[in-house]
Design a protein around this ligand. Structure first.
Ligand SMILES: [Zn+2]
Length: 258
């Protein structure tokens, strides 16, 4: 009975983007790291790439050692779609808090133990991704906890928590290629456009992301049946957010490690 209840209850702790989204963000970022930054970062990651650890913060959020990061996967915004310090719950934290904290710590990476640098890197890689996920931007005064009828690839509807649709289902229903191929398909913007996207601070990026993603409430309403029409408008939004997250992650890492 308890098991059945747990399965039916919408999870409050869904993982933004799933593996495919997070790894694609990191793959796009990797394509824009300077040689020097990439070499330094991979040294701290034990020879692994940023792609390899893109999902790490989701996998360790419930372990005793990293439970303090469990609230860092989403970020609240106010009625103007902006973040400010009054929105920070000091017990919980949020993605902006995490990004600013990790970036600040990593500014001193040369004087820190290797293991501290590695953990802060793994967290930073992940949370730049999370803050761009539509369902992980907590809009003030908006109901974000509802179910929809989402059609699988055979057009059969299933009851889904809307959060999971944005995190996983759009991607897994529409994309079967590898993260490398997806990154190659998406990463085609001219340098000038990339510079515009990466200008500003993580707080500016969140504001822009919140404005871009507010259409989610028109795209999917409670109990609505979501089929191909939904995917046709939702996938471009998801891809655009993944691309921006990738460019901004590269910018953040280059600034710290180049
Ligand atoms: Zn996450």
């Amino acid at each position: 009975m308890l098991v059945a209840l747990l399965v039916l209850m919408p999870s409050q702790e869904a993982s933004a983007w799933g593996r495919e989204g997070h790894e694609t963000i990191a793959k796009i970022a990797e394509r824009h790291l300077t040689k020097r930054a990439r070499k330094r970062i991979e040294k701290y990651l034990g020879g692994h790439s940023i792609v390899y650890y893109a999902k790490w913060a989701d996998e360790y959020r419930h372990t005793p050692e990293y439970r303090f990061t469990n609230g860092w996967h989403s970020t609240p915004v106010d009625a103007d779609c902006r973040y400010n310090d009054s929105l920070l719950d000091p017990e919980e934290g949020n993605a902006i808090f995490a990004i600013e904290k990790c970036s600040q710590t990593l500014q001193d990476y040369r004087n820190l133990p290797d293991s501290t640098v590695a953990v802060n890197l793994k967290l930073l890689i992940h949370f730049v991704g999370d803050m761009h996920c539509p369902a992980h931007i907590k809009y003030s005064g908006r109901n974000m906890k509802y179910d929809v009828m989402f059609e699988d690839k055979y057009h059969k509807p299933h009851k889904f928590y809307i959060h999971h649709v944005w995190d996983n289902e759009i991607i897994t229903t529409t994309r079967i290629w590898s993260v490398t191929e997806w990154a190659e398909e998406l990463d085609r913007l001219p340098r000038q456009r990339i510079d515009e996207i990466t200008a500003g601070t993580p707080r500016d990026w969140l504001h822009e992301a919140a404005l871009s993603c507010i259409v989610q409430f028109d795209m999917a309403k409670p109990d609505q049946r979501l089929g191909q029409d939904f995917l046709n408008s939702a996938l471009p939004l998801v891809e655009s957010q993944i691309l921006k997250a990738g460019y901004r992650l590269a910018e953040t890492l280059n600034e710290l490690f180049d």
